[in-house]
Design a protein around this ligand. Structure first.
Ligand SMILES: [Zn+2]
Length: 259
């Protein structure tokens, strides 16, 4: 049964010792496609190299909001240049974060705006990180939507039902990570169950957020996306095989069948 992990950070040092085995284990578990996501110009370049090295691994390039303050002059141009490399299928991760205080909010907004405009210019989807700033994100998405249609994903979604609805109405996909498997996440599971079948995606966000029942394994990895898929399929009253096929088709439509 083929699965698509739409969000992993394979460049992270947690994977330095056994990256090839991690990718092989994902393969063995049926995870045929993985998108590895950059958070800075340097990690984006590493992600592009990993996409070249491993079959079934694609890259997203961008500057994550928590890294906006440390971006050097020229880093944005490096990210834009990386779009011409093979294996780059998305722009991000981008977005806004009010939980951590690593970058001034107006600087985060400036970078988020650049990613959205670049996505619209180049016809590549964006990947949005959102923490404690739902309304700020929606405001900027609405503004971008005035310019031209949007293509992208709300990654590791933890927002409200109303926000999920509005994102779907704007043409976006909604992706769920390990959090949706946690005992306390009843509300998030209800929201996930209501996302239309042609707009839902799955991800690990590895090495973070291990899903149940492997939550005790501190380092998450793409093979574990199968557990998140199983929990979501159960909640949605869909056979796992059908849910795997839906989420695979969705991810291919958004990321792979565009260029
Ligand atoms: Zn991420």
């Amino acid at each position: 049964m083929p699965f698509f992990d739409t969000h992993a950070h394979l460049d992270q040092p947690e994977f330095d010792a056994d990256r090839a085995e991690v990718v092989a284990r994902a393969r063995a578990a049926g995870v045929e496609q993985i998108i590895t996501i950059g958070t800075s110009a340097a990690t984006s370049a590493v992600c592009v190299r990993l996409a070249a090295e491993f079959d079934g691994v694609q890259a997203a390039v961008g500057i994550q909001p928590n890294y906006a303050a440390e971006a050097a002059p020229g880093d944005w141009d490096r990210v834009v240049k990386l779009l011409d490399e093979p294996g780059v299928v998305a722009i991000g991760e981008t977005g806004l974060d009010r939980y951590w205080d690593f970058a001034p909010f107006d600087q985060q907004q400036d970078y988020f705006d650049r990613h959205l405009r670049l996505s619209q210019e180049r016809g590549l989807p964006f990947v949005i990180h959102m923490r404690d700033c739902d309304d700020d994100i929606l405001a900027m998405l609405r503004e971008a939507r005035q310019r031209s249609p949007l293509a992208g994903v709300m990654h590791s979604f933890t927002g409200s039902a109303a926000m999920a609805d509005e994102c779907v109405a704007m043409g976006l996909y909604v992706s769920f990570a390990g959090m949706v498997t946690y005992k306390k996440s009843d509300e998030l599971r209800r929201i996930a169950a209501a996302v239309p079948e042609d707009r839902i995606l799955i991800e690990t966000d590895s090495p973070y957020l291990s899903p149940e029942p492997v939550r005790k394994i501190k380092r998450n990895e793409p093979a574990h996306v199968v557990h998140t898929a199983a929990r979501l399929a159960e909640e949605r009253g869909t056979a796992l095989e059908a849910f795997a096929a839906q989420t695979m088709a969705n991810a291919r439509r958004l990321f792979l069948e565009r260029r």
